[in-house]
Design a protein around this ligand. Structure first.
Ligand code: DNO
Length: 346
């Protein structure tokens, strides 16, 4: 495996040099953030990022994310020109040495939480948390969500929600299949693996369908699009939010499709509620060693990154993406991988 760290580009307060100081860090995962969704990422912008990483001794082989325009998810006639742009972005990425692209197919919203600074009374740290009742109580027409990037005005958001009004899970899935079938040949040509991120949390939100939620979604996805570059970002925290998802079984079944792993722990606080915790297994509800062991036993050689961290040691970070707790997470995950590999070699 290759250990990586998410970095938000030149605007990220965490210097690449600090990331490089984390043991076993091979590279960063980043994106071009100043090109509007749907437009082509110019090669120069990608090359600039890759050079910055290289100068700090880090690789840039993974992009998270190349966002998918809503018209593609909606299956509108305009999708074809957005798909052409996506293909061109993939070509430009391939030319700059990118090997894996993480993306998602969640309508309108990316990940959702109801609290970005949930305080742990025991140690004063804070982290992201989700409470289902609070979420369904929100007024979608006047939505103000923590972490919501406000990239839509209220009118745009409402217009978009309206377009999704009658969309079924099946239609959304067909639109995903259409998109993948179009881009797979370019991925093959450029040597890029596509790694879809699960929906987070993995259930419908505000009546919007969500289709990448667990084992059955993956079965369906790979039988519809068997191309070998169609794969997944295994995100323990997102999939694990649904306590009926059997994480080890998902790894065992789809190991050859896992190109990227986001490894973090969560603690269940209710039937559909959770808070994010330190990566260490005993701090939460997920068995992180079992997850890593399953990956190692299946010969996983993709990219890994520690996922959301808490705010600790006085840090006040971009939600989930500070330096300290993610660095602790990386060190812990390194230990688990070393142990699992040595155990396997016995
Ligand atoms: C949140 C991330 C997601 C992820 C996208 C992938 O912290 O895991 O925002 O990057 O869903 O497209």
């Amino acid at each position: 495996m290759k250990m990586t760290f998410r970095w938000y580009g030149e605007g990220d307060p965490i210097p690449l040099k600090y990331i490089k100081q984390i043991p076993n860090m091979s590279g960063v995962v980043t994106a071009v953030y100043d090109v509007p969704v749907g437009e082509v990422w110019p090669e120069e912008k990608i090359a600039r990022l890759a050079n910055l990483c290289r100068e700090s001794g880090l690789e840039l082989e993974v992009i998270e994310s190349v966002p998918v325009h809503e018209d593609i998810k909606l299956g509108k006639p305009s999708r074809d020109s957005y798909i052409d742009n996506y293909k061109q972005t993939l070509r430009n990425l391939g030319k700059c040495g990118i090997k894996c692209v993480c993306y998602n197919f969640m309508p309108v919203f990316d990940w959702l939480r109801t609290d970005l600074k949930f305080v742990d009374e025991a140690d004063g740290s804070n982290s992201l948390a989700y409470n289902h009742e609070q979420l369904i109580g929100l007024d979608i027409k006047n939505l103000s969500l923590p972490g919501w990037d406000e990239s839509y005005t209220k009118e745009e958001l409402n217009g978009l929600l309206k377009q999704y009004e009658d969309m079924t899970h099946e239609e959304l899935f067909e639109n995903l299949v259409y998109f993948l079938e179009q881009i797979m040949p370019v991925c093959e040509e450029m040597g890029i693996n596509m790694a879809i991120h699960p929906d987070d949390p993995p259930w419908d939100m505000f009546g919007l369908p969500r289709i990448i939620t667990g084992e059955r979604s993956y079965e369906k996805l790979f039988s519809a699009v068997p191309a070998r570059r169609n794969g997944i970002t295994f995100c323990s925290g997102s999939l694990g939010a649904d306590r009926f998802n059997h994480l080890v079984r998902i790894i065992e079944k789809f190991a050859n499709r896992i190109f990227f792993a986001h490894l973090r722990n969560i603690k269940y606080t209710g039937a559909m509620d959770f808070k994010e915790v330190a990566h260490y297994s005993a701090c939460g509800s997920l068995d992180m060693y079992a997850i890593v062991k399953a990956l190692v036993e299946k010969g996983f050689d993709g990219y890994v990154r520690p996922d959301h961290g808490r705010n600790i040691w006085g840090e006040d970070s971009k939600p989930g993406y500070g330096l300290y707790d993610r660095a602790l997470g990386a060190a812990y995950l390194n230990g688990l991988f070393e142990a699992a590999k040595k155990e396997r070699g016995k």
